[in-house]
Structures are given as structure tokens and as C-alpha cells.
Design a protein around this ligand. Structure first.
Ligand SMILES: Cc1ncc(COP(=O)(O)O)c(C=O)c1O
Length: 366
């Protein structure tokens, strides 16, 4: 135990802005990457689709050319998958690139972020010198919007669907009402659906035609388990996407990423297995967390769970450090705007891994 404690001696005091910072953690703790069990990034526990290695091999000879900067092949397959037109899609180097791009291209006078939220909305807006206001949702609301939003004259609203980090879906009527209100005011909505693939039927994409000022942000990172490849896209009106495309750096999406995206979309069996697995394991993990003393997990529709510590002898940071002695990484969520030192987040992983987490939590909390 003493030796394990030493593992965590050199950890930084400050909570990192993202989960999944395992390169840094492993290096600080003197471990190999594979020795860490990472619950801090929310990645499909099935891993990437089995067809990916072949797709990479097949595309490899093409890397002697520049990538297709319009990502036409991938856009056509995305269009077929989502029942949209290729012109309604803009591909980026991860959805994060598109957050920064939207801030720069739309140049709102003022933006509003529904918080707690992914920190890159704020960073992207700051980088474009755009004043930012926040609407804080509350614990009683499961940290999601459940009533009409007063967007206070903002020209651009950032909203996650499902909410992050709580994983709660928004009522469809409320979303439509918000989109209509923003539309009438001439304002934009950036709706972040980076995790919606786990509940694809809840996507707002079916409403896009009605709302030419809505951009829907999507990602291959989470559902298809390829965060290291960097692939995301926007769905929206062609005219609006053209404004973003006009200032996007050329070739930001490499050839292998484009090939991987196409391979992902062709594997319907993997998608189905992923949805079934995550739903089942989330229920199990939720029950397991509820049964532990001093933990209050929030209900979620996707592959992560926000948890509140209800006892005074632990903070998320101290619990995180304790779990690291067992090489388990959770996301201390205290640095999300609107949350505090009592909150942490865990990914839903495979059954045995979730059991390992529950066992370790039980050890420290009992
Ligand atoms: C809610 C949310 N949106 C978007 C992203 C960005 O994902 P990526 O840039 O890998 O597509 C993240 C990453 O953690 C996220 O949590």
C-alpha cells in the first residue's frame, strides 16, 4: 500500500480541464498507459469497430496525396446515414475544431453557455474574443434544461444534448421551442450531440429543416471509440456551413480518419451491440453506485454517470487520489462551472471493469 501511495505523490494539485489525460498521469506515476483503468474519458467499452484496421490498411497507400479537403466520400456516407444531403454536413478534426470554428465564423456579439458544460465552448469563445454569459442548471433539474431558456439577447447559445456531465436528455418540445425562439430572434443554436449516437432516435437532426440557424455537433470519438483519430462533424443548413467552411484550415481531416469514419458507418451490427451493451451496463453500474454509502448518482441516457458525494469526509479530489492507488482514474468534476468539490463522473465500461471500480469505491467508502 505504501508503495502504491508513492504512485500518487507527484500528481498535480490542479484538476485537469478534461478527462482522459492518461498520458500525463501514467508518466507522473511511472506506469505504462495500459496499467491505468480509465473511467475519466467516456469511450464506448466495445472499442472501435472491427473493420477499422482493414480500412486503415486499404487507405494507407493514399497518404502520399493530400487528403480530400472536402471529405466528399465521408460526407456522402454520413448523408445517407442521417437521411440528409451531403451539403448539410461539415467535417472537422474532432468536434472540438468545429466549436472553435463556429465561434470564429459566426462572430456573435454575445454567447450564452448552458452550464455545467464541456469547457471548450468557453475556451473557443474566449479565443475569438466573444463575451460569454452562463445559464446554470441546478441539481434539482438533473443539471439539464427542463424549462424554457431566457437566452438574454445572446446571438449564439451552446447547449449539450444529452447534458454533459449529467447525461440527461432534454424534452424534445423544449428543444423545438428554444430553436424557434432563437430563430425568431435571428440567433444561432449550437446543439452538442457528441454522445447522442447511444440514443440516436433522440437526435434533433430530424428537425433541422425547420431551423436554418441550428448547428448540430456530432463526434466519432465517443460512440466509435476513436478519440485518438480526431473526427467530428456538424449538421446544419448548407448556407450556414459554407460560412464556416470558408475559414476552416485546409486538410484538417486526414485521409486515414476519413477512411475510418466511412468504415464506422457501415457497421450496423457494431452500433446495435454498442447500444445494447451500454444501456445494460449503465443500469448495473447505476445500481452498484446507489448501493454504496455516501454516493448519489444521477440518471443518464448515455455512457457516463455523474455522481455526488454526500459525506463530508471525502471530496472528489481525495476519492480520485485514493482510486489512483489502485490505478483507477475517475473524472473529478469539481471544475465544471456550477458543480463543486463533491462531484465526480465515471464512464460506463465493460462489466468486469465496472465491478473493479465498484469494489474499489466500496473499499474506500465503507
Ligand atoms: C460534451 C462534449 N462535446 C464535445 C466533445 C469533443 O469531442 P471530440 O473533439 O473528440 O469530437 C467532448 C469531449 O470530451 C464532450 O465531452
Amino acid at each position: 500500500m505504501c508503495e502504491l501511495m508513492k504512485l500518487t505523490d507527484n500528481l498535480p494539485e490542479k484538476t485537469p480541464p478534461h478527462g482522459g489525460d492518461i498520458y500525463h498521469l501514467a508518466r507522473t506515476m511511472g506506469l505504462d498507459l495500459q496499467e491505468l483503468l480509465d473511467f475519466s474519458a467516456n469511450i464506448n467499452p466495445l472499442g472501435f469497430p472491427p473493420g477499422i484496421p482493414r480500412a486503415i490498411q486499404k487507405a494507407l497507400p493514399e497518404i502520399v496525396h493530400y487528403p480530400d479537403k472536402r471529405c466528399l466520400g465521408l460526407k456522402e456516407e454520413l448523408a445517407a446515414y442521417h437521411h440528409l444531403q451531403a451539403e448539410q454536413i461539415l467535417v472537422g478534426n474532432g468536434s472540438t475544431e468545429l466549436i472553435y470554428l463556429a465561434a470564429r465564423a459566426l462572430r456573435p456579439r454575445k454567447a450564452l453557455i448552458v452550464a455545467p458544460a464541456f469547457s471548450e465552448y468557453e475556451h473557443g469563445l474566449n479565443a475569438a474574443d466573444i463575451p460569454v454569459d452562463f445559464h446554470l442548471t441546478t441539481e434539482a433539474q438533473n443539471f439539464t434544461l427542463d424549462q424554457p431558456l431566457d437566452f438574454r439577447g445572446a446571438d449564439l447559445v451552446f447547449l449539450a444534448h444529452p447534458a454533459s456531465p449529467s447525461g440527461a436528455l432534454l424534452p424534445p418540445d423544449l428543444l423545438a421551442e428554444l430553436a424557434a425562439g432563437l430563430e425568431a430572434a435571428g440567433s444561432y443554436l449550437l446543439l452538442d450531440e457528441a454522445f447522442i449516437d447511444f440514443v440516436e432516435e433522440a437526435s434533433f437532426k430530424t428537425q433541422l429543416e425547420r431551423f436554418p440557424r441550428v448547428l448540430i455537433l456530432r463526434s466519432f470519438t465517443k460512440f466509435f471509440a476513436i478519440p485518438g483519430m480526431r473526427l467530428g462533424y456538424l449538421l446544419g443548413a448548407a448556407a450556414l456551413l459554407d460560412r464556416l467552411a470558408a475559414i476552416q484550415e485546409p486538410w484538417s481531416v486526414n485521409t486515414l480518419a476519413q477512411a475510418m469514419g466511412r468504415a464506422c458507418l457501415r457497421d450496423a451490427d457494431y452500433m446495435e451491440r454498442s447500444r445494447v451493451l451500454v444501456q445494460r451496463e449503465r443500469q448495473d453500474l447505476l445500481q452498484g453506485l446507489k448501493s454504496l454509502p455516501g454516493l448519489q448518482p444521477f440518471d443518464s441516457a448515455v455512457n457516463y454517470l455523474l455522481v455526488k458525494l454526500t459525506r463530508p469526509d471525502f471530496t472528489a479530489a481525495s476519492l480520485q487520489k485514493a482510486l489512483l492507488t489502485r490505478r483507477i482514474v475517475i473524472r473529478d468534476a469539481s471544475n465544471f462551472r456550477g458543480l463543486d468539490a463533491r462531484f465526480f463522473r465515471v464512464a460506463v465500461r465493460a462489466r468486469e471493469e465496472n465491478q473493479q471500480l465498484l469494489e474499489a469505491l466500496g473499499h474506500f467508502l465503507r
